[in-house]
Write a protein of this length. Sequence first.
Length: 158
Amino acid sequence: MPAGAAAKAEQKDIFHLSRFIDAQKGVYPTALAELQAGRKRTHWMWFIFPQLAGLGRSSTAQHFALSGQAEALAFLGHSCLGQRLVAATQAVMDQEEDLSAREIFSTPDDLKFLSSMTLFATLSETAGLDASLFRSAIRKFYDGKPDLVTIELLKQLP
């Protein structure tokens, strides 16, 4: 989604991205601090590292699921949400200890992180955006192997 289109979508909030902003209020600083400390301890995964619809089964997962490529690109291009996604991902990447994704997130959130990184790496590449941070996370924590279910869903969703 070109920058101008992302700005227009953000103004109109056609994807109801405000649900992410609302959920992150007061929680994002805690989430970032937990990531910087190397251990996720509270519940915020759904709205910090979102996934595509069709992956999560809980009502919370469904509420924060991204409907497809257009909504995911709008999230990534959002002036606040995109920056927070990058900062949170960078905090995970900056771990000095040799921690695994499972040690940082526990299960199943380690799989949600892979799904989110796969989603944003793939869409960034498709849109001609910088995917290096997301690809680096996949390399560092998952031996470079993306989430194949997310890739298949991307092919099916608009």
